[in-house]
Design a protein around this ligand. Structure first.
Ligand code: 5AD
Ligand code: SF4
Length: 436
């Protein structure tokens, strides 16, 4: 069977798509880059914002037209939206042959075969880490994500993830270490550990290892150059974790720490469990312990009840030149969340206006940070050819700045000393300090 996979959403979803592709390849499928060439069409979906849901259904709408010409085509919706919608998905689009949640991903080859027999099928069962997932890594990649936990118990008022991905569930250290060893042996140099609220890693495991311990153990793997983790929660950051980040040479000087809002009233309504001041203090502590640390963040504008004054508090946080990178979202109401039932939903126009103002401010401060780097030198791990120019290379500093530079393809996978020559809005240009 030829399979086409389209992915929407976060890094966790990209990782799930990789697991999905691997399971299908092991079952004898081949992967194609064009939907028109495929027999099995899969969309790996995301529940976080309504837009991703709309995009997934409009894609399935286009595939449904193809299916009219070719009734043997199999269409599957997988991932976190599939889990959330469950059988309702079949009602939303009768062209869907099967739905499978994120924890049933390794069952997709079996489910697709059943669906090929003509009946809509669904599988949302719990997939145990380590049991259904034992990949043979065919593809060599410089950087890789490794899932360390699934689900989230935090229930932020706006968020559909706990509903879609279920309760927190950590993967045993041994399995994670074994996966990373295999990855590193196949040439991977940088690993990003993934979890929705990764600071809670290990709580449900028998010997209760924490994220700090996991970092120490991963760092013992020979050949691993760089280590990162996503996504930190400002509420659950321990001193032990800060010390581990400072002490472990492979842990990069960069952290993604979603703030969401600068207003304490809104943070409380969001049930985030910290104030703007707590966040600033944590950022200060982290920067004192880890020289050169960069911080990236997420913001949501237009949470129900957000006033212009509340939004000003967010703008003030953005003005502090704290963030070298930021992702801003308009609040999107998700069914069955606490926030969906709140009064004072903010209008689309106001959300768009605030998003544009916040984005302008963040762009300005990120550019300030990047401009201050022009003329400095840093080590860049070369990841891939620059997608836009193809002639140039793209890599990242340990501080997670993207750097584009001239160089031969043989540099991919190597750390190269680079002088920063120019700052762009969201990336840097550099010149290698060694002969091309
Ligand atoms: N609306 C808008 N943004 C959201 N996020 C999560 N849920 C929503 C929602 N309902 C954002 C948060 C989170 C990021 C992954 O997505 O900022 O950190
Ligand atoms: Fe959603 Fe909050 Fe969990 Fe992040 S920590 S996945 S925003 S509920």
């Amino acid at each position: 069977m030829k399979v086409y996979i389209k992915t929407y959403g976060c890094q966790m979803n990209e990782y799930d798509s990789e697991r999905l592709a691997q399971s299908l390849l092991e079952d004898g499928c081949t992967r194609v880059q064009e939907a028109e060439e495929a027999d099995l069409l899969l969309v790996n979906t995301c529940t976080v914002r309504k837009l991703a849901e709309e995009k997934a259904f409009s894609l399935i709408g286009r595939w449904a037209k193809m299916k009219k010409q070719r009734p043997d085509l199999i269409i599957g919706m997988v991932g976190c939206l599939a889990q959330h919608l469950q059988k309702q998905g079949f009602k939303r689009s009768p062209a869907i042959d099967f739905m499978a949640g994120p924890r049933a991903i390794t069952q997709v080859p079996k489910i697709a075969k059943q669906a090929g027999c003509g009946k809509p099928v669904s599988e949302f069962g719990v997939f145990e880490f380590g049991q259904g997932w034992n990949p043979k890594y065919g593809e060599r990649s410089v950087t890789a994500y490794v899932d360390v936990m699934e689900g989230c118990d935090q229930f932020c008022a706006y968020c559909a993830v706990p509903l879609a991905r279920g309760r927190e569930f950590s993967r045993p250290c041994q399995d994670i270490l074994a996966e990373i060893r295999r990855r590193v042996a196949s040439g991977t140099r940088e690993i990003t550990l993934l979890g929705q609220n990764i600071n809670r890693y290990g709580y449900n495991l028998p010997d209760k290892p924490d994220l700090a311990e996991l970092l120490y153990r991963v760092a013992e793997i020979p050949g691993l150059l760089r280590l990162r983790f996503l996504t930190g929660h400002p509420k659950d950051f321990t001193q032990r974790l800060i010390r581990a980040m400072a002490e472990i040479p492979q842990v990069c000087e960069s952290i993604h720490l979603p703030l969401q809002s600068g207003s304490d009233t809104i943070l409380r309504a969001m049930k985030r469990g910290y104030t703007a001041n707590d966040y600033s203090e944590l950022a200060q502590q982290l920067r004192a312990a880890i020289p050169g640390l960069t911080i990236s963040t997420d913001f949501i504008v237009g949470f129900p009840g957000e006033t212009e004054e509340n939004f000003q508090a967010t703008l003030e946080m953005a003005e502090k030149n704290l963030f070298h990178n930021a992702y801003c979202f308009k609040y999107s109401s998700r069914e069955d969340t606490v926030a969906a039932r709140l009064p004072d939903q903010v209008s689309r126009e106001v959300k768009e206006n605030r998003l544009a103002r916040l984005f302008r401010e963040l762009e300005r401060s990120a550019l300030n940070i990047r401009t201050s780097l022009v003329g400095s030198r840093d080590k860049v791990l070369i990841e891939k050819p620059d997608i836009r120019t193809k002639q140039r290379l793209q890599g990242r500093t340990r501080t997670n700045h993207i750097v584009n530079l001239e160089g031969p393809r043989e540099w991919i996978g190597k750390e190269i000393e680079v002088e920063i020559t120019a700052a762009k809005n969201w990336s840097l240009s550099g010149k290698a300090m060694q002969e091309v």
